[in-house]
Design a binder for this molecule. Sequence first.
Ligand code: AHM
Ligand code: MG
Length: 334
Amino acid sequence: MFHKNTTLGEFIIENQSSFPYSSGELSKLINAIRLAAKVVNHEVNKAGLVDIIGNAGDINIQGEDQQKLDVLANEKFIQTLKNREIVCGIASEEEDHFISVNSSDNKHQNKYIVLIDPLDGSSNIDVNVSVGTIFSIYRRVTPLGTPVTMEDFLQPGRDQIAAGYIVYGTSTMLVYTTGDGVNGFTLNPALGTFYLSHPNMEFPETGKIYSVNEGNYVHFPQGVKDYIKYCQKEEGDRPYTSRYIGSLVSDFHRNMIKGGIYIYPKSSVATEGKLRLLYECNPMAFIAEQAKGKASNGFKAIMDIVPTELHQRVPFFCGSRRMVEKAEEFMKVK
Ligand code: AHM
Ligand code: MG
């Protein structure tokens, strides 16, 4: 049993032995993410000072180019992960192709694949609204001793061994799972330490919040339109409350704590939906299921989808179990 003043560092060490094929590598990997998260947090917190320290593309006082935060976050995470003898491949929402990482002996001995959305919801940065980082970890499927291939990245979400997100919000939190429940850690900025603040996080079985970009209503499939009408109907515990930040990590985080559903459906303009299966939906689905919630494309579990391409998009219905099941009922009819 962990106390609330357990630090993330202590938690990682304590949990190492309970992890099935633990050789300490996964712990090192989570540690690397923890470190990169702190660096990115520091940069995100400075975003409001852009008029003082310069816009992206400007030259700063040290003569360096100011970078856009999403580009910077991408670099920080990739650099931090590459510098550890753990990761054999990285794919990022910000990169067209996956990156192969060799071990220092040049013999391709590293085992883990990381997929990352370094700064999700980045259109919210300029207006001081929360953004997040999402990560997903797999073991490679091709043999050690060879460079990684696309096959290593196109694994179904069911094969994830860890996933998590960082939300840069009113406080910064790191929430992750290694397949044994979900735990949330809050950063104490004065000390630079993450503390266990939300042990064993769980979605309430049902809730009263629905999160969807209703501006796209006319383009939605009939099943989604009907579900939205259901949410708005005065009956039983309805109408529900509508809450949409437009930052997946924040919408998900709130819904997990309060009970709710997040929907990004396909539409007549975004025919496959908007969100990416590998960088956004699979990790959130793993966390959701580990937190007793549910994630689906409207018809089947997100994690059962066999990916066919790196940047594949899918419709996403995610949150409290009974709410997702209800939305699926509406999808089945129409
Ligand atoms: P991004 O990866 O380009 O930041 O897009 C993903 C974001 C999600 O965080 C958010 O839920 C969604 O896009 C909002 O999209 P929209 O503005 O179409 O509602
Ligand atoms: Mg994104």
